[in-house]
Design a protein around this ligand. Structure first.
Ligand code: THU
Length: 130
């Protein structure tokens, strides 16, 4: 299944009764496996857990910690950019040049790299003197 199809399909399972905004994310690992996630909101934490975090959690739970490509889709007028926290989480498991495609359900797509989404990312190397 393509990343776009996986993200589109998982988006339908999003639990978003507070925002009414469903998001789907899918990622491919260097091994070629695809993991997907949707946003899950909660009455006590209505901002919930983002779709990207869900896809990362599924990958890590399956024993993999590298992502080669990411796809995010939502029913928005323009492709929705990942939140700041998700950019950092994606960078943790990706590379500066890892492609991230943001899409709308109507077919608009914008392609970025992780470095474009998070320039100057905080990384392990910044703690070398700690
Ligand atoms: N959301 C995501 O899942 N991913 C994004 O990239 C942007 C926002 C979710 C979180 C929350 O459930 C809803 O969208 C509104 O912020």
């Amino acid at each position: 299944m393509s990343l776009a199809d996986a993200a589109r399909a998982v988006r339908l399972n999003a639990y978003a009764p507070y925002s009414n905004f469903k998001v789907g994310a899918a990622l491919r690992t260097p091994a070629g496996d695809v993991f997907s996630g949707c946003n899950v909101e909660n009455v006590a934490y209505p901002e919930g857990t983002c779709a990207e975090a869900g896809a990362i959690a599924a990958m890590v739970a399956a024993g993999q910690t590298q992502l080669a490509e990411v796809y995010v889709i939502a029913d928005s007028p323009a492709p929705v950019p990942p939140c700041g926290g998700c950019r950092q989480k994606l960078m943790e498991f990706g590379q500066a040049d890892t492609p991230v495609t943001l899409a709308t359900t109507e077919g608009k797509e914008i392609r970025y790299t992780l470095a474009e989404l998070l320039p100057g990312a905080f990384a392990n190397e910044h703690m070398d003197k700690a």
